[in-house]
Design a protein around this ligand. Structure first.
Ligand code: ACO
Length: 411
């Protein structure tokens, strides 16, 4: 029987989601998580592939606004819920979903698509480049000390109900978005994602806790969400603090929150995932080796409408380069483009017949787009070719940002 791909009908969601669970290994989501996913799904932007009555393929997208260098919020398609049934793999179902999805995105208002990948190897062939990395730390707090800045002792910390403090915390989060490429301006409903706290998924840790940092007037200026996982050894407690989030633009408040997490009694370790690669924490600790820092890919980005995407961000230096772009999967982006950004901030990206200065694929542009991966480092891997002397340095400096892109959570 031929496979049929179609936009999801609302009454098909349960069968579609059952398929997705199976594609990810067959573990059933607890009811609250399932309802959370249901509430976030945008059915009109969700695709199902059907073999008769059976759903055998899925892909969906969220309508996001992504922070880019310069602080603009660019409409971005957040690709998600991709899965193909174990019985139907390696015969092109994912490829056909990606084809349809990118064609659909092209007809809309989103010049870029982003995703967090289950495996980093999958999406490069469809033109996605790794645009943001993240760090995981596993800190031995019996050995690692924090050097906190002046003012840290004056920060008031208060343990609060994660639900009741949600609006205050979300205000802090929203205040960070423009200055950090890769962050998402969260649409209503998404703020609740961080509160998901299903007992079956805690792995023996406590319910989610929230500690807020306050200014002298009681205003919330930072927060951390975490759990404590008790563990008793023969020699005593070996508890772990599992950090989900720490956000505070003020250095003293930021240090105060980490100091609190480091000093929770009966714990010897602080573990955190998905931290930015330029996390100020790395400069607060006395011994970075004992933080067991690990880096991994976090956000993958694709230019769907190349000129619109390149014109939507700001550049760190004036630039005038002709790019020879290869894009086999979205050929409307392929060819020669002149990118100019002046000292006045005006940016133009137009078709060009002039000789090319740099040759690269759309994947490298996706990697460099948020300013965290330099064109120079990609050239070192042979993935960007310089065709005019000096063009690589000029373009690389223009694309690079002064803060690392960061997506604090998956989607
Ligand atoms: C954004 C997200 O949602 S990420 C979540 C992705 N989903 C999962 O990881 C769930 C488990 N895995 C799956 O459901 C499937 O194996 C998928 C979705 C990864 C792949 O689906 P398939 O239909 O088998 O892929 P398809 O046959 O279209 O393959 C397309 C290409 O990707 C490659 N590919 C497919 N899966 C993988 C993989 N896991 N790792 C590396 N390459 C892969 C294929 O070899 C093929 O390569 P080619 O272009 O050189 O021919």
């Amino acid at each position: 029987m031929a496979l049929e791909m179609r936009v999801l009908r609302r009454d098909e969601w349960d069968v579609w989601f059952d398929h997705l669970e199976l594609a990810f290994g067959g573990v059933t989501e607890p009811a609250p998580s399932r309802e959370h996913f249901r509430s976030l799904t945008e059915p009109d932007r969700s695709l199902g592939v059907w073999d008769g009555e059976d759903c055998v393929g899925s892909a969906s997208a969220f309508g996001f606004r992504l922070s880019v260098p310069g602080g603009a919020l660019v409409p971005a398609s957040g690709v998600t819920m991709v899965g193909v049934a174990p019985t139907h793999r390696r015969r092109g179902v994912l490829r056909s979903l990606m084809r349809r999805q990118l064609d659909d995105i092209r007809t809309g208002e989103e010049p870029i698509a982003v995703l967090t990948a289950s495996e980093p190897e999958i999406y490069g062939r469809f033109g996605y480049g790794t645009a943001a990395y993240s760090l995981a730390v596993d800190i031995d707090t019996t050995r690692v000390r924090l050097s906190v800045p002046p003012g840290t002792d004056a920060v008031r910390l208060r343990l609060v109900d994660p639900e009741k403090s949600l609006a205050d915390c979300e205000r802090v989060y929203a205040g960070l978005v423009a200055a950090r490429p890769g962050m998402l301006a969260r649409q209503p409903g998404w703020e609740r994602d961080a509160l998901q706290d299903v007992p079956e998924l805690r792995g023996g840790a406590s319910p989610l806790k929230c500690v807020v940092a306050e200014d002298p007037d009681g205003g919330v200026i930072g927060y951390a969400r975490y759990r404590v996982k008790p563990d008793w050894e023969l020699i005593g407690s070996d508890g772990k603090v599992e950090v989900r989030e720490v956000h505070a633009p003020d250095p003293a408040a930021y240090a105060a929150l980490w100091r609190y997490l480091f000093e929770i009694d009966l714990t010897w370790h602080v573990r955190a995932y998905g931290r930015p690669v330029d996390d100020a924490l790395l400069h607060l600790v006395s011994d970075v080796r004992r933080c067991r820092v690990q880096q991994r890919d976090a956000l993958h980005l694709r230019l769907v409408d190349l000129p619109a995407a390149l014109e939507a961000r700001a550049y760190g230096a004036a630039v005038d380069v002709v790019l020879e772009v290869e894009d086999a999967f979205c050929p409307w982006n392929a060819g020669r483009w002149r990118l100019t950004a002046g000292a006045d901030g005006a940016v133009r990206c137009v078709r060009s017949q002039d000789p090319a200065d740099l040759a690269l694929s759309v994947r490298e542009l996706g990697s460099a787009y948020l300013g965290g991966v330099t064109l120079t480092s990609l050239a070192g891997a042979g993935r960007v070719r310089e065709l005019r002397a000096g063009a690589l340095r000029e373009a690389s400096r223009a694309f690079a940002g002064d803060v690392a892109p960061w997506l604090p959570h998956n989607f």
